[in-house]
Design a protein around this ligand. Structure first.
Ligand code: ADP
Length: 498
């Protein structure tokens, strides 16, 4: 059972519990006021035992009377004619109010509905359980249209390889797919087997989907996008049915590309200790993907691209020849790659002459294409917010800080002493970093609080580092200690900031 169906279970049970409790309370409160006849009530009014009275009902017809005694006992009564009661109330100066009763027609229906609510709920619950039980047996059941694929069809995406930067090797790997998709006959002629499935492996945001779209765009073929985690939904069997639906739609549009995002959501190694036994939803969906891939006659013209950031957990059946037999690594870009990606996304921006992409690229080690796109977007927003004509380096630098360290905490109130202490601490890092051989050059120092930090000293590596040597690590430790030493020297004590 997946998390969603567990949630539905709990929700149903909760709803039934609430209804029963509420019905119970209704009965109790209905039994609350003591019923008395109208003459009894008048007698009590005349004996000065009644505190207040509410008369409700239509102009003509019976009136319901609610009363509270001086001992705070609730009473109810009913009368066709309330003139005598009113006279008694006026004579004994008892507070009373009259109101026209709400239209009882609606409330009758409501009452009937409420009385039947638990039964309706139980019937729904039983039907739902039966549905689940049957759905487990056949993957092909269609349950109320839930099986229609949610894949979005992009009739010829207009993305091209020009929009993809910094992952040149990956682009080279998929380039021949374009040739195959746009002219399958040329490939068939020599009897070559076109890869059916290509697995794009890399962290999220590195451009795997973008790459898929670019292949579709270059080959001018439709692009079907489906996310594996979306496919696995609350009803057992729908995942598999959706996969079938997706492949059916795609085959009609061949040549085309099917892109399955987050393949690891369904493609994990089977036979593990999955909650719900070995026959769960995920496994059925995976089996359906495998069946569909095997069912293609070679060279139908459908190429399946799948993305994952966990190739290690994928079931071996997926990576077998004839399925996802080609793996393309889409890594986080290096410094050159980041510069190229920034240039791609800066195309639509108005930039001031001081913007230097190589510096931004150096300061954004480890970031993916999606992060860089976000930085430029934040920079543009910041520039327009401050009423500038063009995006300049200070906007970009603001955006990098925001994306890497979180937004400025303008509301945080710091005393002059706290600011001074932070300044000394950061100055310690800066001086040691500046003067120690092996440290990356210091790029920026700030005592504007962001995220959890009161201040930051940022140094920029000249190039990406894939492996640090011992001398560099020692230099780094020295620089980190610089803050603490400054506190000792100037303040005479350390702080928790260090
Ligand atoms: P993934 O599928 O790997 O999670 P996406 O392809 O969805 O990543 O990337 C999200 C967005 O980030 C893209 O739409 C694109 O704008 C930007 N992006 C990511 N990588 C690159 C890249 N190599 N070149 C240009 N833009 C990129």
């Amino acid at each position: 059972m997946n998390r969603k169906s567990l949630l539905i279970w709990l929700l149903m049970l909760g709803l039934m519990f609430v209804t029963f409790t509420w019905m119970g309370n209704r009965e109790k409160s209905a039994a609350g006021p003591k019923a008395v006849t109208i003459s009894e009530l008048i007698g009590m009014v005349e004996a000065d035992q009644v505190k207040e009275v509410l008369i409700s009902g239509k102009e003509r017809g019976g009136k319901e009377i609610a009363a509270v005694t001086k001992k705070d006992e609730a009473l109810k009564s009913f009368a066709l004619d309330t003139d005598d009661l009113r006279k008694a109330l006026n004579a004994h100066k008892v507070k009373y109010a009259e109101r026209e009763a709400p239209d009882s027609g609606g409330s009758v229906w409501l009452a009937v509905l409420l009385n039947f609510l638990p039964i309706i709920l139980i019937v729904f619950f039983v039907l739902w359980m039966m549905n689940r039980a049957q759905g487990g047996g056949g993957a092909s059941r269609v349950i109320g249209g839930h099986t229609a694929t949610k894949a979005k069809l992009y009739q010829t995406s207009d993305t091209t390889f020009n929009d993809v930067a910094g992952i040149d090797e990956a682009v080279e790997e998929v380039r021949d797919l374009v040739g195959f998709l746009s002219n399958p006959k040329a490939f068939n002629r020599l009897g070559g087997r076109i890869p059916r499935g290509v697995l794009l492996v890399g962290p999220s945001g590195t451009g795997k989907t973008l790459l898929g779209r670019a292949v579709a765009g270059e080959a001018k073929v439709p692009f079907f996008y489906g996310s594996a985690s979306e496919v696995v939904e609350m009803f057992v069997g729908t995942g598999a049915a959706r996969v079938r639906d997706l492949f059916e739609k795609a085959k009609k549009q061949a040549p085309c590309i099917i892109f399955i995002d987050e393949l690891d959501a369904v493609g994990r190694k089977r036979g593990g200790t999955s909650f719900g036994g070995g026959h769960d939803e995920r496994e059925q969906t995976l089996n359906q993907i495998l069946t569909e891939m095997d069912g293609f006659s070679p060279n139908t013209g459908v190429i399946i691209l799948a993305a994952t950031n966990r190739p290690d957990v994928l079931d071996q059946a997926l990576t077998r020849p004839g399925r996802f037999d080609r793996q393309v690594v889409v890594p986080a870009p290096d410094v050159k790659g980041r510069e190229a990606i920034l240039k791609v996304h800066a195309r639509g921006l108005k930039l001031a002459p001081d913007v230097d992409f190589s510096i931004i690229a150096r300061g954004t080690a480890g970031m993916t294409g999606a992060d860089l796109e976000q930085i430029l977007n934040e920079a543009a927003l910041h520039a327009s917010k401050t009423g500038k004509e063009a995006v300049d380096m200070s906007d970009v630098s603001f955006a990098v800080d925001k994306v890497t360290m979180g937004p400025e905490r303008k509301s945080m109130v710091l005393t002059a002493k706290q600011k001074r202490d932070t300044a000394y601490h950061e100055a310690g890092h800066t001086i040691v970093g500046w003067l120690t051989a092996g440290c990356d050059p210091v790029h920026k120092v700030t005592i504007v609080p962001r995220g959890r930090a009161l201040g930051v000293t940022m140094s920029l590596p000249v190039e990406d580092k894939h492996c640090l040597g011992q001398p560099e690590l020692v230099a780094l430790i020295k620089m980190l200690f610089g803050g603490r030493c400054a506190e000792d020297l100037i303040l005479g004590y350390g702080t928790t900031g260090a």
